[in-house]
Write a protein that binds this ligand. Structure first.
Ligand code: PMT
Length: 400
């Protein structure tokens, strides 16, 4: 009964996958959830309200302008009642209307009026799913923090093959369980976490720059995992080629100076700061205004030190719990411990970037984590799993 006492509002739109929604109601209830159903007008062409009423045990909400239904539980009350709103199936039309913020029938109105999380389970013909406007609408809704569950790919009711199948009811139930997992699985709930990721670029002239091999994968994995553990995440990223994880506020920067400014603008309210970016240690003393011509066989560039973002944050009064990374190729323990002390950090995660298949621009990594009274080795695994392990360690150490 992993959904015991959870209130789930299931919205059903008019698509052929609506027949699966009846089974979804049953499976949610089997896990102990209290389920109420709202149907769009077109959903009733595919499945009857009576079926869903019988399965959920409640009358189905169908109309915004039904005085009897409003007397039982008004639409605002219903929107506030839910712990989670699941829209399954969510058609291309519904997704477009929600993106536009329309409240033109009960199902869209409830989504606009709810303060609860909304999980959208798209279901449509594969061509409709791949239509640019649909893809953009889905991306915008995900960026606003809505959960996007599916779709699956495979053979469709229309006979075509491709992405657009609604997830199976059991899969939706599993995601609901995961999403509504108790606070003990969200140890960063209520915490504000800021982190830096990716490389910085230090301009030489209008066409050239100094940078490094950081892909941003480690930092973006941390941002994604931190959201899942309940944190409110701000990601200050150098130039990388990665999509923004759901529910993360992303600030793009280019140089170390930009990164420092954007971090300082928002650091006051943060509980945790993680410096995962590979910040260029030096910048060009004088950036050339025009492209430098290659007139000479040799050339020298005068460099000057960049500000240390991590150390600047750690120096503040009331500093957040401050975690650094250390990218080392030798003497890892000694160098990491010295950075921990020198930069006044609460914790440092060191990676040996000389090991093939780890560190810069790899999917895997391993970390040696140090704090003043101890250390822990997190062995090689993919960066997403490693990010979660590091954050759990941070949550544990913060509470000591
Ligand atoms: O991005 P990926 O391809 O996934 O690779 C991940 C990674 C290898 C970049 C990451 O795991 C990592 O090690 N990041 C830190 C890289 C680094 O710059 O290490 P460092 O030892 O030079 O710096 C120590 C710490 O000071 C780091 O937290 C760094 O963010 C911070 N720093 C350094 C210089 C500077 N001017 N300002 C800083 O804030």
């Amino acid at each position: 009964m992993t959904l015991a006492n959870k209130k789930i509002l299931l919205g059903i739109c008019g698509g052929i996958a609506a027949y699966k929604s009846a089974d979804l109601v049953r499976k949610l209830k089997e896990q102990g959830a209290d389920v109420r159903v709202v149907m769009s007008q077109s959903a009733k062409e595919f499945i009857t309200p009576l079926t869903l009423q019988a399965l959920s045990g409640y009358p189905v909400a169908e109309s915004l302008l039904d005085p009897t239904a409003e007397a039982a539980m008004g639409h605002i009350e219903l929107a506030r009642w839910a712990d989670l709103v699941i829209i399954a199936p969510a058609t291309a039309n519904f997704i477009a209307r929600l993106r536009a913020g329309m409240a033109d029938e009960l199902i869209t109105t409830l989504c606009v009026a709810t303060e609860s999380s909304i999980a959208i389970c798209p279901a449509m013909n594969q061509q409709m799913y791949q239509y640019p406007a649909t893809k953009e609408n889905i991306a915008v809704l995900a960026q606003r923090g809505h959960q996007m569950w599916g779709p699956d790919s495979g053979s469709q009711a229309c006979g075509e093959i491709g992405p657009g199948r609604m997830l199976e009811p059991l899969d939706i139930v599993a995601r609901a369980q995961d999403f509504l997992a108790g606070d003990e699985q969200k140890p960063l709930k209520g915490k504000k976490l800021m982190l830096t990721a990716g490389p910085t670029r230090e301009a030489i002239d209008p066409v050239r720059y100094i940078s490094n091999h950081s892909s941003g994968k480690m930092g973006f994995a941390l941002a994604e995992a931190a959201v899942k553990l309940g944190a409110e995440v701000t990601l200050v990223s150098g130039p990388v080629n990665l999509p923004t994880p759901t529910s993360v506020t992303r600030i793009d920067v280019i140089s170390a100076e930009d990164m420092l400014q954007r971090v300082l603008n928002d650091i006051e309210s943060q509980d945790i700061f993680i410096g995962c970016a590979a910040v260029a240690d030096y910048k060009i003393e004088q950036i050339a205004k025009e492209k430098i011509k290659k007139n000479d066989e040799n050339m020298q560039l005068a460099l000057t030190r960049n500000p240390d973002i991590l150390a600047t944050v750690a120096k503040r009064n009331n500093k957040p719990f401050t975690v650094g990374f250390a990218a080392e190729t030798n003497n890892l323990v000694e160098y990491a411990r010295s950075k921990l002390e020198r930069k006044n950090l609460d914790m440092i995660a060191a990676n040996d970037v000389s090991v093939a298949g780890q560190g810069f621009n790899a999917d895997d990594n391993a970390l040696h984590v140090f704090w003043s009274e101890g250390s822990q080795h997190l062995p090689t695994t993919n960066k997403k799993a490693l990010a979660k392990q590091l954050l759990l360690l941070i949550a544990e150490r913060m509470n000591k």
